[in-house]
Unconditional design. Sequence first.
Length: 89
Amino acid sequence: MLDSIVQMIDRRTAAMVANRSSLLDEEMNLRAVAYMIGDLLLPMCCMVCNVSKLKDILIRTDLCSGNPALAEKLAKLIYDYLARCKGLG
C-alpha cells in the first residue's frame, strides 16, 4: 500500500521534480505542493496520521528523495492541512 501512495504522489508531482530545490525558498509554491499532496492523501489520512509517517512516505518520492529538509517541511504542512480538513486544527 505504501508503494501505491508513493507512486500516486510521484505521478502528481512529476512536473515539480525539476524545480524541487527552489521549493524551500518559495513559500507559496511549497504550500501549493503540500495542499496538492494533502488532497491526494485526504481519503486515507488515517494511514498517515503523524508527521513522521508522512516524512517516511515523502522521502521515498522522487520529489523529496535526497532532500530530507523538503520532506520535513512538506510533512508538517501536509499534516496541518489534513488536520484542518478533518476539523482537528
